[in-house]
Design a protein around this ligand. Sequence first.
Ligand SMILES: C[S@@+](CC[C@H](N)C(=O)[O-])C[C@H]1O[C@@H](n2cnc3c(N)ncnc32)[C@H](O)[C@@H]1O
Length: 243
Amino acid sequence: MEPKGPASPRTAVVWAVLRAELDRTNRPLTVLDVGGGTGGFAVPLASAGHRVTVIDASPDALAALTRRAAEAGVADRVRAVQGDGDALADLVPSDSADLVLCHSLLEVVDDPVTVVKALAATLRPGGVASVLVANRVAAVLARAVNGHLDVATALLADPEGRAGGRDTLRRRFDLESAGDLLAAGGLVVEQTHGVRVVADLLPGAVLEGQTEALLAFELAASELSPYREVATQLHLFARRPAA
Ligand SMILES: C[S@@+](CC[C@H](N)C(=O)[O-])C[C@H]1O[C@@H](n2cnc3c(N)ncnc32)[C@H](O)[C@@H]1O
């Protein structure tokens, strides 16, 4: 039943949180992956017996997802829907999903509040959302330690956490703003973790031969303050209250 997520610092913390929920529920779930891309989460979840609908704006990403699902032998459990996350409410029925993934999407949509309200509405009461967002604190530190002190200083003060006009993201979050956003959608945050506390700061040469040690460090640090608060991404696990 458990999906075997690849043991990578990019995903290990999120998989650990998801596995605990999958273990707890212990039945095939209806999963929605908004901005799910090529299916890095959707295909392992489908392989573990869950039914997954992926909504993504990119036809290329969805084509790759469909190929990946076929190769894994789970095409019948993965549905690809092209659509805009900002129009989520029109794309999926309300009160239908046990689990909604929204990973690395809220940074780029037009209106994150509307998207979060829509994804909360797609959850059945008692269902849960896995939300992954870029952390503005990490973006400041990464630029500063790379010597881009002017950009880091500007980013410190930018209300949206953007690093200038050429930034590919429209906004970044911190734990408080991400928590407030989910609360505005009626979700109750149960767990928060930091994803990639140091993984992106260490040079490749330092990491050589230390994959397991890095993974162990990342898992241990992910739930500890203040390490969690400086990780590249913030993971929030938030539930729609049962009716
Ligand atoms: C950074 S990728 C993340 C993919 C996946 N969630 C993951 O974590 O591996 C962002 C995905 O969101 C999709 N995307 C971007 N803007 C979108 C929008 N407004 N509505 C739906 N999908 C969108 C992109 O096509 C891309 O597949």
